[in-house]
Design a protein around this ligand. Structure first.
Ligand code: ASP
Ligand code: MG
Length: 368
């Protein structure tokens, strides 16, 4: 390791683990050449849903096992690594837990734990010194099973051991999404690995938190629906918070309040492309976010006080205006494209340059 100072937390989402695992490992190896690196991993895409189903019906174990078998085969990891935890999972019994919620969270914890084992094994095989941490020994939470909140005070103290591993030149692997309360495993809410990454970023005083996935970054609208959607170079924490609460999937909104001044960088694992930096700066582009509620689609235009020509519900949070409309779900695509033209691509004075929306505090994207 050619240590040049600076500590990074890098999180890989479920699709990256499943489809871009080799690239993810190579990315960590490359970062580790220069920096201290803590890695947060999600469960393989689809596994958390399957575990959820398994917790209520006891069905689908073979599918989960099969996914990990295929994964091991595809990436040349020994299936041995998964055998004990899979056996443990299969033999879990509801009676051993004080509540169904505690039992369910314990079951859910296996998704990220299995990914953590795989990542650790892969790094070790690259010759990189690595330590895998049990998140239930590090991340302490409240007792709100299924959507637990992290106790930053206790967790920061526990993170000292992770910091020591980093200082000794090891990569630290911490499976995401999982915490503990009074010795019972908890989970941090769906998409909670982002939250783990933010907690690590703050607790380890990292220079940046990298959120790696299969998309380039944050767009002005979901590019799967809007062809002319633009990648946003800079987004403020406040814009990100409001957009996440309105349904944007790029990050768990709980994660944003945890990092104080640490840039969050969104990028694509494949080709290591880095797309959007979240911090105190903003490109001042509107963000169209949607959420489907049965037959209805709720579209929120973040950063926009009203939508001309539409009867919208308007509001503002954290200094960020937003305007919201509801349309039948079948009209989601056409409405999004129309709004995008109106609010983003059709705008004459589309800002191209960065605007500083907040006073720059001690950390910025430049000192990663
Ligand atoms: N595996 C969990 C989920 O699917 C957490 C995460 O991926 O962030 O919600
Ligand atoms: Mg996510």
């Amino acid at each position: 390791m050619l240590y040049s100072g600076g500590r990074l937390v890098v999180k890989f989402g479920g699709t990256s683990v499943k489809d871009d695992f080799k690239e993810a490992v190579a990315f960590v190896s490359r970062l580790w050449d220069e920096k201290e690196v803590a890695v947060v991993v999600s469960a393989i895409k689809g596994v958390t849903d399957a575990l959820l189903e398994f917790s209520s019906t006891r069905k689908g174990f073979e599918w989960i096992e099969g996914v990990h078998k295929d994964f091991a085969k595809k990436y040349g990891i020994s299936f041995e690594v998964f055998i004990d935890p899979l056996r443990e999972l299969k033999n879990l019994s509801r009676e051993d837990f004080p509540s169904f919620e505690a039992y369910r969270d314990h079951i859910l914890s296996y998704g990220e734990w299995l990914s953590g084992l795989a990542f650790t094994e892969a790094l070790r095989r690259e010759g990189i010194p690595v330590e895998l941490f049990k998140p239930w020994e590090i991340i302490e939470t409240d007792g709100n099973f299924g959507n637990a909140k992290v106790d930053m005070g206790k967790t920061s103290r526990n993170l000292k051991v992770v910091g020591e591993a980093l200082e000794s030149g090891k990569v630290a692997v911490v499976p995401g999404f999982i915490g503990s309360y009074c010795g019972l495993r908890t989970t941090l809410g769906r998409e909670g690995s982002d939250y783990t990454a933010a907690v690590l970023g703050e607790g380890l005083k990292a220079r940046a938190v990298l959120i790696m996935s299969d998309v380039d970054g944050i767009y002005t609208a979901d590019p799967r629906w809007v062809v002319s959607a633009r990648l946003i170079p800079f987004v403020s924490y406040e814009e990100l918070y409001v957009a996440s609460k309105a349904g944007m999937k790029a990050i768990h909104h709980g994660a944003i309040d945890v990092v104080r001044g640490i840039p969050i960088i969104f990028g694509r694992t494949r080709d290591w492309s880095m797309g959007t930096i979240a911090g105190y700066e903003s490109s001042s582009l509107p963000i169209l976010v949607h959420r489907i509620n049965g037959e209805k689609a709720v579209i929120t235009a973040v950063g926009v006080p009203e939508i001309p020509g539409f009867e919208s519900e308007n509001g503002s949070e954290r200094g960020i205006p937003w305007a919201r409309i509801e349309v039948p779900a079948s009209r989601l695509g056409s409405t999004l494209n129309r709004l995008h033209l109106l609010l983003v691509s059709g705008r004459v004075n589309l800002p191209r340059t960065l605007s500083i929306v907040h006073e720059r505090k001690e950390a910025s994207a430049n000192n990663i």
